[in-house]
Design a binder for this molecule. Sequence first.
Ligand code: ADP
Ligand code: GN1
Ligand code: MG
Length: 369
Amino acid sequence: MKKEVSDLLRIAEKFATNGEAESVEPHGNGHINDTYLLTSHQPSGEPCRYILQRMNHEVFRDPAGLMENITGVTAFLQKKIAESGGDPARESLSVVPLREGGSYWKEEDGTFWRMYRFVEGADSFDLVERPEDFYESAVAFGHFQKLLEEYPAESLHETIPNFHNTVDRLKNFKKAVEADSMKRAGEVADEIKFVLDREEDCYVLCDMLASGEIPLRVTHNDTKLNNIMLDHKTRKGICVIDLDTVMPGSALYDYGDSIRFGANTGAEDEKDLSKISCDLELFALYTKGFIEGCGGSLTKKEIRLLPMGAKLMTLECGMRFLTDYLEGDHYFKIHRPEHNLDRCRTQFAMVKDMEDKWDQMQEIVEQYL
Ligand code: ADP
Ligand code: GN1
Ligand code: MG
């Protein structure tokens, strides 16, 4: 479903950009949407940049509901940021509307498109280059959640039902093993066993949310490092992006997913598993930043459960990569044949390392109780 540049420019023209769209090229390393950088020139000659995205409507079944969430959340954030003296145009995503009105464009071929203003003077990272960056991302993700504390959760569409319901993910994983549609289960027997040996863990957060022991909050749910823009000058987390999964969830999801990705000493798709481990210094830095960013809103129970959040988000993500591999790689974008299997293996190696370091992880979080 790849589009020609001429088509992309034609689609871009539907949106209320400044000036005429001039060039468009693929951008970023997201696994879900097709992302392009669009440059236009204003009459003054000044370039102006935008993000043009094809929303993955196989993953997000209700693009209209998704965009309603995003326009609602960004408007809410912009108001809050302005009230506290910040710059709403840089510190929040801004949706560029269609010239004819509306927040997204539906092509005749059934694809869905949207546009954001490009957050200038900032970068997103696929690996932690400097520990301070990881700390700043934690402050920003924590603060993001704090800002959304009063957002009317009931108005949010559930863009992917049961997104971080680990029990439901386990059920789907077992179905994929059972069906074995690609005849791949035999070669990944060790990975399947890894999950089944940890079946009980999958219930921990779901049960606590159901019993009210930990609160349901409005959370981001996809807090990997490349979903935050760090300011070039200040290196602060200036803007949280990729708001497709903002939904009711647990603070432990946001915390855990960041640790899963950013505290790993290797890349998410590293083939050499000896490079994979949970860096405890990064773990401690992120913990400090996230608790600070949340501004006192985390309960003691949540703080105590932070290591469990990290472990479960990592196990869940590995299970999702493995499920996709067993089902024939339909969900996550892959760039080589066993990409999802490689990704699954790094996640499980990270889980194993966290289990070995469990007491130290617990000690790190306990100083905040
Ligand atoms: P996906 O859901 O596929 O991960 P994202 O919305 O995260 O898509 O976009 C992919 C990448 O594009 C991001 O990691 C980031 O580098 C870049 N990006 C997205 N939105 C913006 C924006 N408004 N300004 C600058 N860069 C952006
Ligand atoms: C996807 O969209 P992106 O690339 O930021 C996925 C996350 C996974 C992540 C693994 C909507 O995130 O849940 O944790 O890949 N997003 C969706 O890298 O499924
Ligand atoms: Mg992303």
